[in-house]
Structure formats: C-alpha cells, structure tokens
Write a protein that binds this ligand. Sequence first.
Ligand code: HAM
Length: 433
Amino acid sequence: MDKEKIKEKKITFQAPRGMHDILPADEPYWERIENAAKQLARTYGFGRIETPILEFADLYKKTAGEESDVVEKEMYVLKTKGGDVLALRPEYTAGVSRAYLEHAMSRMGQPQRLSYFGPLFRHERPQLGRYREFTQLGFEVLGGVNDAIYDAEVITIAWDLLSELKIKNPLIKINSIGCRVCRPIYKKQLQNYYRNHERELCEDCGRRLKNNPLKLFDCKNAQCQPFKEKAPNFLDKLCSMCTTHFKEVLEYLEEVGIPYEVDHRLVRGLDYYNRTVFEMFADGKEEELGALPAGGRYDYLMEMIGGHLTPAVGFAAGVERLIMVMKAKEIVPNGNRLQKRVFLTHAGDTAKKKAFLLLRDLRKAGIAVSEALAKESLNAQLRAADKEGIGLALILGQKEIYEKSVIIRDLKTGLQESVLLDKIVEEIKKRLK
Ligand code: HAM
C-alpha cells in the first residue's frame, strides 16, 4: 500500500504478533548475557558458529520429526522464486550438524565444540516466555567418542551460565530416553499400558499413542495427566549400555556438586534425542515460564541427514526468558553504561566548534560521550545530561578555549575543577574507573 493510502486510512503498524523490538533500556541485559556466553565459550574452548537463518525445510522434517510441534505446527516455510522450500530456522542443532557434515569437521580435532547466539522463529501461540521470534544461545559438542563426560560438560556449562547471571538455585530435571536397542521395547510397553486408557485420552494423545508414544508424557491436557503417574518407568527398561551411560552422567554431576532431579517422564519435544535429556528451570518458575537451558544427546541426528553415526550433545537457552528471570529476581546487569559516560557541553559559538573537535578526540580515545551541542543554553544542555542520568559533565566556554582547558563538573555534588586539555583524557579515564 502506498504512503498516501496509508495516510488516508490512518493505518498504524505494530511489530508482528509474538515478535518484539529490543530497546536500549534492555541493552545491559543482552550485553551481560552475550558476554557471559562468550566468556564460557572461551574458557571451555568452544568456537563460534553461525548458520543461515534460512535452511531447507526438509532438514528440520528429517531431524526434529514430521510430527514434532516445531515442524508440524510452528515452522515458517516459504518457497523461493527458484522453487526451493526453505524454513526460517526454528532451532539451531540441525543447522549446526548440517554445517559439521558440509565442512567435513569430522576430519578436524574431535570433538568439535561449537557455540552460537542468534534469532529463531516458531509460529507458536504467544504467551509468557513464548515468542514467535526469540533468541537462543547454545553450546554443542559434536564428534569423537560417546562419553558421558561430554553430557556432564554441557550441563555444567548451562549451570555456570545461570550462576554467572546470578540466577540462583536452578532446578535441573534429567532423564535418559535410551537408544535404538532399548527404546522400541519400552515404546511397546508404553503403548500396551496406554491402550487400556485410549478412550480417555485427548485427541492429540490418541495420535501420539500410535505414532510416537513417548510424546504422551509431553501432553499438558488435564484429562491425560492421571495416566502418567502409573506409566512404566523407562529408567527400569534401559539397556545395560544406556544405564551405565546415565549413571556416569549423574556421577560426574555429583563430582562437581551440581544438584539434579531425575524425572523419568522428561522426553523433550524434538525427535532427534537419545539417552540424556535435561531441562533447567528458574527457582519456582517451572510452570510459569518453561525451561531456560534445555538439551540432550543426539547421536543419530547426523545419520538422519546423510552422515555417519556421530556422537553429539548440547543445549540451548532462550535469551528473552533469561532476561525475564533476571528482571523478576531484580538482578541488575552490572556495567551500567551511564556510569561510564561523560556529557560534553559548550557555552558560546566558538566553544561549540571547539567542542565538536574535542568530542571527536575523546571518542577516538575510547571515551563514551553524550552531548546536546545543538542546544545553545548551557542550562538546557545540563538538563539533557540529567535526563540521560549521566553524572559527569565537561564544560567548554570562551575562557577555557583561551586557557586550553575544560571544566569537569560532578553533576551530583556540583563540585567542579578546571583541567588542561592535554590532561583531560587521562583525568576522565581516572574518574570513570
Ligand atoms: P528447545 O527446548 O526447543 O530445544 O529450546 C531451547 C530453549 O529455547 C528453551 O528451553 C527456551 O529457553 C527457549 N525457547 C524455546 N522456544 C521458545 C519460544 N517460543 N520463545 C522463547 N524462548 C523459547 C532446542 O531448541 C534444542 N535445539 C536444544 C538443543 C541444543 N539440544 C541439543 N542441543
């Protein structure tokens, strides 16, 4: 629609449902979380990977599963002019695995440790902590041998991330969903158990019972809850290899003092998992907000997309949810950018030109400076500094130009002193420390 028509009809635009603007007020949270993730990636030896936002839709159908909510209900799919069917990525793990195969990373040092941070899209029903565009940070360990120590490593990173963000006492739910050997046997038992209750289940669960009985545990419908209680426990049916693997994961966690709660009904929504699955929740926010970091092992995923069996394990956390928890718990991200800024003011026309030059010199020296040089009155400029919440002002007037100096004023105490221009960078850095 052209501009005139928009004007006529007074159409106002809003961000699409479930999608958000990120405004400067939230910047300290984003910065804090991204820095924490970067720092963990550095100390644990993870390299950054970014994959395209669009991938072939089939990549997700083959990995997350045709019947997973993500693929069946939530994918944004588009057909290109060339006829390709692409999807806005609903998750990272499949794309990262595709990149591992495409770049023959199995020939590089094993395992490959890769981390990411970026936007995802799922056409979900928007609700608290659930958006249509959201951001994940994640860590994946791909290749090498299938050792429980890697499962414990990624859970430790997720734990460290929450500690680093001061999200205390998170709850870790963990389970094992077995392998190709033990899972089919368990699925049969589960189907036999649920068959007796088939008529009492919701419509979705009726379908799940036939095609993907493990998903019965995922249902939130009230009518299906009572049957979960008495359902057979997968952990009793794991094969000996899976039992040993799970036991080892738990032992490693105990070794480093990370508490967990085994939940034999935890199954996760994506089909590619085997053995370890886990979800972490903020203290008391389990039902309300859903999982923060969540993930697990996915040894069969590479096979699903044409590669060899490749051990892999990882997790991802929703950044918006982390921010919601930080705000709810009144965790203030440190490094308040306003405390690290100065405000440059001028008094008079000649001073305005010199202030423009000084502004450039200060910024070149790495100092963050705000200004309202377009305002002529000094008071108006100081009011602008106050509005921004900046505590330190520099004042450049005729006298200062003549003396090659500048006034530094502490806007809270009103105390001020004159400093020579060639000492100003040093002095500001000292005061902002
Ligand atoms: P997921 O459970 O689908 O797993 O998502 C992981 C996390 O992303 C969730 O625990 C939550 O914090 C956040 N999240 C998911 N959906 C939304 C949404 N609609 N709005 C806001 N936040 C959301 C995966 O995506 C797997 N790829 C994780 C993984 C990595 N497994 C192995 N490696």
